[in-house]
Write a new protein. Structure first.
Length: 145
């Protein structure tokens, strides 16, 4: 159950840290709570000794789900908000984000030329193990060269 397919910790030039998680199977864990924990742990791991909290760097946990969590777009971003929806901090100062990519919302049978970049990325993640035997994967790889 805990075999990893894609789990990466990435730090960008602007010091933003992103934890990329691939969740292909249902688990007995309560997934939203688990990923909230990952976000809190990542955000709290910054060395703030002797620094102002305004110097906190942005942290993002980005999860590729193989299930549907919410009923709207493929990609959703969650931040800290009051129950009524009012942001806790200004959007420009929000340093913690949870992003979900819900892969079942992609029509994998759609022709490659009709897919947007998000759909192609998700198709690739779900099918790259097929390699060049998959015609869409072969077309994606050939376009990269």
């Amino acid at each position: 159950m805990k075999n990893s397919r894609l789990d990466l910790l990435v730090e960008f030039d602007d010091q933003t840290t992103v934890d990329l998680e691939m969740q292909l199977r249902q688990t007995k864990d309560h997934l939203p709570n688990r990923f909230n924990y990952y976000l809190a742990r990542l955000h709290g791991s910054q060395d703030m000794e002797g620094k102002s909290y305004s110097q906190l760097k942005e942290t993002i946990v980005m999860i590729f789900f193989n299930l549907i969590i919410v009923d709207d777009e493929i990609c959703s971003t969650f931040t800290m908000r009051k129950w009524s929806g009012i942001p806790f901090v200004k959007e420009s100062e929000d340093r913690m984000k949870l992003m979900t990519i819900e892969m079942p919302k992609v029509d994998l049978n759609k022709p490659l030329e009709d897919m947007n970049e998000q759909e192609k990325m998700i198709y690739y993640f779900l099918n790259c193990h097929k390699g060049m035997d998959d015609s869409k994967i072969r077309m994606m790889v050939e376009k990269m060269w």
